[in-house]
Design a protein around this ligand. Structure first.
Ligand code: S3P
Length: 430
């Protein structure tokens, strides 16, 4: 599906972003291995999270959909999953595959995990290696570096492990496996990544501590079902925040969005770029910070993004790169080599599209050099099958006078069905 975007628009109004993808995945997974019924309100009904639902249904977990946004998971306890018939298919979802490997490492049955073409190219060795050290038997393509993977778990032992890459998915897989291991599992994370797994596991009764950068988890007899309200996804809100930030006289209120500090790097960066952005009505729900963000557009200048902030905005870089192309002066994004192994090689996908629009962009090994301020021209843009690239380029096209096209835009359904309608609702011609 191709989508036509008419520029030039500004953004006015308010938006409630779709529910958080990371938290939606985790609520089904942790609900499935808890005792009792977990009710998930504001679950993200998007392709990625539905793959997680399918996988757990295949392992005998009853999962019901109620109304338009509620999911009921009838947990069967830590040892209640059953051997699936056939493969567990994770589709495009790295979170499904990597976190599920952690849970399967604790089960004494064999299972096969597969994914689509993009997921089959993404590195799995980073999860497979430490899970093998814990005692799981895992085989797969190229010695277990890539899916499809066959895993046979059981008899795990806790390990001490320093994460070689800043990855919440790897950390989460080890925490989940640690629930089944004899002894303590200790994880050293040098760069903090999103901590939704830690927060949710604690809410469900797991014993997890964080001290001096060391995360410790031990096995428990039981996890206890909870009622969860999923906050809005700041990674989805990011596209609208940037759309507002790059156009004069825009004003956008983003409501009920997750503000977990491990995810709010985009707020810091937009502020640093000169955007007027404020946070209001903060409160804590299910251990997660939630609130509203008000963005007023115009007057952006270039910035440098590197080091510890990178994991706090890794999924927002496609949107932030668009902001850089509309800012005065040069921006540098570095220490972001992880972008090369996302749903597409995002460094390449961003550079390719921004160049087509007429921006001055240079690809770095681990990031991008973008010189903003050029007048961009409408054109055909390509999603590369990557949801966040499709949405970021739609936002760029909105601020360019004339008619652009986003090719293969259906991939927005991975995380944000209805994205184009929402964008239209808050856009008005300048
Ligand atoms: C996620 C972690 C991040 C992020 C992804 C979701 C998660 O991936 O990019 O979209 O839910 O844990 P990595 O763990 O590969 O950094």
């Amino acid at each position: 599906m191709d989508v036509v975007i008419e520029g030039k628009m500004r953004i006015r109004g308010e938006v409630t972003p779709p529910p958080d993808k990371s938290i939606s995945h985790r609520s089904v997974m942790i609900g499935a291995i808890a005792e009792g019924t977990t009710e998930i309100m504001r679950f993200l009904f998007a392709d990625d999270c539905l793959r997680t639902v399918d996988c757990f249904r295949k392992m005998g977990i009853e999962i019901e959909f109620m109304g338009h946004d509620t999911v009921i998971v009838k947990g069967k306890g830590l040892r209640g999953l059953r051997k699936p018939e056939g493969e567990l298919y994770a589709g495009n979802s790295g979170t499904t595959m990597r976190l599920l490997l952690g849970i399967l490492a604790g089960q004494d049955f064999e299972a096969v995990l597969s994914g689509d073409e993009s997921l089959s190219r993404r590195p799995m060795g980073r999860v497979v290696e430490p899970l093998r050290m814990m005692g799981a038997r895992i085989e797969g393509r190229d010695g277990g570096k890539f899916a499809p993977l066959t895993i046979k778990g059981g008899c795990l032992k806790g390990i001490y492990y320093e994460l070689p890459v800043a990855s919440a998915q790897v950390k989460s897989a080890l925490l989940l496996a640690g629930l089944y291991a004899e002894g303590e599992t200790v994880i050293l994370e040098r760069q903090r990544t999103r901590d939704h797994t830690e927060i949710m596991l604690k809410e469900f009764g797991a014993e997890i501590s964080l001290e001096d950068g060391l995360l410790r988890v031990t096995s428990v007899d039981k996890l206890y079902a909870r009622r969860i309200v999923v906050p809005g996804d700041i990674s989805s809100a990011a596209f609208f925040m940037v759309a507002a930030a790059i156009s004069e006289n825009s004003e956008l209120l983003v409501k009920d969005v997750g503000l977990n500090p491990t995810r709010t790097g985009i707020i810091d960066v937009l502020r640093e770029m000169g955007c007027s952005i404020s946070v209001e009505g903060e409160k804590i729900k299910n251990g997660e910070k939630v609130g509203n963000i008000l963005v007023r557009g115009g007057g952006l200048r270039g910035t440098v993004i590197d080091g510890k902030i990178v994991p706090r905005l890794i999924d927002e870089i496609p949107a932030i790169a668009v902001a850089c192309a509309f800012a005065e002066g040069q921006s540098i994004i570095k220490d972001a080599g992880e972008l090369r192994v996302k749903e597409s090689d995002r460094i390449k996908s961003i550079a390719w599209n921004l160049k087509r629009l007429g921006a001055e962009v240079e690809e770095l090994e681990d990031g991008l050099l973008i010189t903003g301020g050029r007048q961009l021209k409408p054109c055909d843009l390509e999603s590369f099958g990557d949801h966040r690239i499709a949405m970021a380029m739609a936002v760029a096209a909105l601020s360019v006078p004339g008619r652009s096209r986003i090719r293969n835009a259906e991939c927005v359904n991975i995380s944000f069905p209805g994205f184009f309608d929402t964008l239209k609702n808050i856009s008005e011609p300048i």
